[in-house]
Design a protein around this ligand. Structure first.
Ligand code: SF4
Length: 296
């Protein structure tokens, strides 16, 4: 979450861990889907696309403080939903305003990617879009349906392929523990299978946080979903990593929600990651991050 120093943000603003040093600009408010049972992020916001005039005003406000910005991240939830011609106009404004700009990133739902033609994605790449963050959450269709993600794994793979064909860097996020104890094996195996087919440039693993106000919180309270203990999370991660086959991918589980940081580059670090997980699982006295320190 970010502090609203320049008074340009509406509500809480979120960004991927790798955009920690980026200038964040909100070009949409909220998430157009806003139905996932585990997600509290944009519950309090009605989705809307900001006008070009509003975005231009935000840029003018932050410009004196961030004129040397090298990276910009476009929030909120799925800013790629913006029609291509409008998004190209925004990207051009950013490139003209920030002369040292090297990369522009954005969150996307698979539906947003699939709605754009291959030509449009290429146009966005040429206009400066450098990285797309896609929320897979799980590779299991059963879990995706249960958490109301609104899309099946096959469509996720198609969306990933389109991003790669447009030569835009692809970062995919999933959530450890999302299937609870009952579906931990299925979640690990299917997510590894889908991630291997997507073969993205980056993978970010989060760990499920059960937040009051979400449907998944009620499920846990009612005993319908048994959440994983920290040790179970690492058993799940072990199965996932064992089944993960990637050609060249940075894998990170260093988000604030994770119990311990794990990461490396696939395929070269796969065995080292597995050794680290094995050590964690063998020890009786591992200091997992306490619940009060975990965050979204
Ligand atoms: S997880 Fe992503 S798609 Fe689902 S409600 Fe949250 S922001 Fe929207």
């Amino acid at each position: 979450m970010l502090y609203n120093v320049h008074q340009i943000y509406e509500g809480a603003v979120f960004r991927p861990p790798s955009e920690a040093r980026s200038l964040i600009l909100q070009i949409t408010i909220g998430c157009s889907h806003n139905k996932c049972t585990f997600c509290i992020t944009y519950r309090d916001k009605d989705f809307r696309i900001k006008s070009f005039e509003e975005i231009k005003r935000d840029v003018e406000t932050v410009l004196p403080h961030y004129k040397d910005a090298r990276r910009i991240f476009l929030a909120d939830g799925n800013a790629l939903i913006i029609p291509t011609k409008d998004l190209v106009k925004i990207l051009s404004l950013l490139k003209d305003s920030f002369p040292k700009l090297e990369r522009i990133g954005i969150y996307a739902c698979p539906q947003d990617i699939l709605k754009k033609s291959q030509y449009e994605l290429k146009e966005l790449k040429e206009a400066g879009l450098g990285i797309i963050y896609l929320g897979l959450e799980s590779g299991s269709d059963m879990i995706l349906k249960k958490v109301r993600k609104g899309v099946k794994s096959k469509k996720m793979i198609e969306a990933a392929q389109k991003v790669k064909d447009a030569e835009i860097t692809l970062s995919v996020i999933f959530i450890l523990g999302l299937g609870g104890k009952e579906a931990t094996k299925e979640h690990a195996q299917k997510t590894a299978e889908v991630l291997s087919k997507m073969d993205p440039d980056y993978i970010g693993a989060l760990t499920l946080m059960v937040i009051k106000g979400t449907e998944i919180y009620d499920e846990v309270k009612e005993g319908k979903l048994e959440i994983l203990e920290p040790r179970d999370v690492f058993e799940e991660l072990q199965i996932l990593i064992e089944n993960l086959n990637l050609t060249n991918c940075v894998f990170r589980a260093n988000h604030a929600s994770n119990y311990l940081p794990v990461g490396g580059t696939f395929p070269k670090d796969k065995q080292d990651i597995l050794v680290k997980i094995k050590r964690i699982l063998q020890k009786d006295d591992v200091s997992f991050k306490p619940e009060w320190l975990r965050a979204l």
